[in-house]
Design a protein around this ligand. Structure first.
Ligand code: 5AD
Ligand code: SF4
Length: 474
């Protein structure tokens, strides 16, 4: 009987990606995924360290798991902590939670099968050696190894309609608030050939949309077989040209500094590249951007938005904002509000600044009092929410291409995605999954849109003209 693997994933899409890869790596050891921690033979907490209370959350989850194991008499469940909290606080985890078997950072998850085998042997040994610790092998692997974990991944044999593909990891930007350069390590771009192979395999296995992932994805500079270096723009163009069944391409998360002209142009001339870009700006004040070490000013952001809109008039933007960065004055915050009002975002994430241990901003003077942060965050979120609602409302009555991804909650319903990553519910048969349909948006729900598939008229021609009666000759 298959053993059951439960993975709890915190944080970003990169972690979602890593969790899926860990599940694939453990499949040959006989582990099948489960959604229920209560029946698991192995539990992985794939953690995130980017904002506050990360490690407390991990310790309290470990406590819950401990109680559950005791209750169901399942002391030999293997417990692993992975991801960025493991990287940053691995030794502390082993000290405070000695019942954890495996601690591994984001760069070493390819070593998981070997570590699981060792933990399994340690559990077995405990059954006949009473001098061994009650449980927990306490294996720690948080180095930045010379080999790349990506070289150990099997190619996809099945894939969701919308799949992720990590092309880049880590970051050399060192924004003063951010732990990523410390937990994920130096910027690393995967070789072109591997990415193309993986994309082909994903599409062969059912993907119609691929989101290229990386912490600083548009810093991509991967090596091709001929020794040349490819930019993200070149990679996007190659994916679109060489994989005809790949209907949609997205990429995230990008940095304004790395939005080069070719990438901007690709938004205009690669139809598969979706007109929706997550481009975090963090703040609308030059002073704060400088203190954040973002390496650009507000004007650069404005210019990029303008250029992208010129290249692709229907493009929409999302962003991240940090409110209450050390030294942020009322005037700085007003500048952020002004930028938001000017750009008009389709959606955005906004966070209170949280000092991350070991980052330069954590020891800066003039930390903004929490009450002030709360006040500003509320003000910002009110505007961002209104902009998001306006953006969704603007879809009403329009016909949008929707990629049908999976069954909806109700019978006869499928859920798909608009070009702007809005969830759209339509009436359609399960056989339609994987198709892009034209849907007229009829309703706005709280978290999704509802649409009706447009039946093209009988004399429909995709170019919007009557079909010619005779072939024209040259
Ligand atoms: N405090 C608050 N928000 C942060 N982010 C990153 N580090 C911090 C921090 N220390 C936010 C940024 C980033 C997003 C992924 O998380 O906005 O773009
Ligand atoms: Fe962190 Fe800045 Fe790198 Fe983004 S660009 S991962 S915020 S250091």
């Amino acid at each position: 009987m298959a053993k059951k693997l439960f993975i709890k994933t915190y944080g970003c899409q990169m972690n979602v990606y890593d969790s899926a890869r860990m599940a694939e790596l453990l499949a040959p050891l006989g582990y099948a995924p489960t959604e229920d921690a209560g029946e698991a033979d192995m539990v992985i907490l794939n953690t995130c360290h980017i904002r506050e209370k990360a490690s407390e959350k991990v310790f309290s989850e470990l406590g819950r798991l401990r109680a559950d194991r005791r209750e169901r008499g399942a002391e030999d469940v293997i417990v692993a902590v992975a991801g960025c909290v493991a990287q940053a606080e691995g030794a502390e985890i082993i000290r405070r939670a000695p019942d954890v078997d495996i601690v591994l950072g984001p760069q070493t998850y390819h070593r998981l099968p070997e570590m699981v085998a060792r933990a399994t042997r340690a559990h077995a040994a405990k059954q006949w050696r009473s001098d061994l610790p009650a449980r927990g092998a306490g294996l720690l692997d948080t180095e930045f190894p010379a080999e790349s974990k990506f070289d150990f991944l099997p190619l996809a044999s099945e894939s969701p309609v919308s799949a992720f593909l990590a092309i880049q990891e880590g970051c050399d930007k060192f924004c003063t608030f951010c732990v990523v350069p410390y937990t994920r390590g130096a910027e690393f771009s995967r070789p072109v050939a591997r990415i193309l192979d993986e994309a082909r395999a994903l599409v062969a296995a059912g993907a119609r949309e691929i989101t290229l992932l990386g912490q600083n994805v548009n810093a991509y500079h991967g090596e091709a077989d001929d020794g040349s270096t490819w930019s993200l723009a070149r990679l996007v163009r190659a994916l679109a040209d060489r994989i005809p069944d790949l209907a949609r391409i997205r990429y995230t998360t990008s940095h304004p500094r790395d939005m080069d002209d070719d990438l901007i142009a690709a938004h205009g001339d690669v139809p598969a590249l979706m007109p929706f870009l997550h481009l975090p700006v963090q703040s609308g004040s030059d002073r704060v951007l400088e203190a954040m070490n973002r390496q650009h000013g507000v004007d650069l952001y404005r210019r990029i938005v303008e250029k992208l809109r010129a290249a692709r008039s229907d493009i929409a933007f999302s962003s991240d904002f940090i409110i209450g960065f050390p030294g942020e004055s009322a005037k700085d915050f007003a500048a952020t509000m002004a930028l938001v009002n000017e750009v008009e975002f389709a959606m955005a994430y906004s966070f209170k600044y949280s000092p991350r241990p070991g980052t330069p901003a954590a020891s800066m003077d003039l930390q903004v009092p929490e009450a002030e942060q709360d006040q500003r965050l509320q003000e910002l979120q009110a505007v961002l929410n209104a902009q998001q609602q306006d953006f969704n409302r603007a879809a009403l009555g329009r016909v949008l291409p929707v990629l049908l991804e999976k069954p909806g909650r109700r019978d006869g319903q499928l859920v798909g995605k608009s070009p702007y990553a809005q969830a759209v519910h339509v009436e359609a048969a399960p056989g339609e999954i994987g198709r892009v349909v034209e849907a007229r948006i009829t309703d706005l729900g709280r978290f999704s849109l509802r649409g009706e598939i447009e039946i093209p008229p009988a004399n429909f021609s995709p170019r919007g003209q009557e079909a010619p009666l005779m072939e024209a000759s040259a």
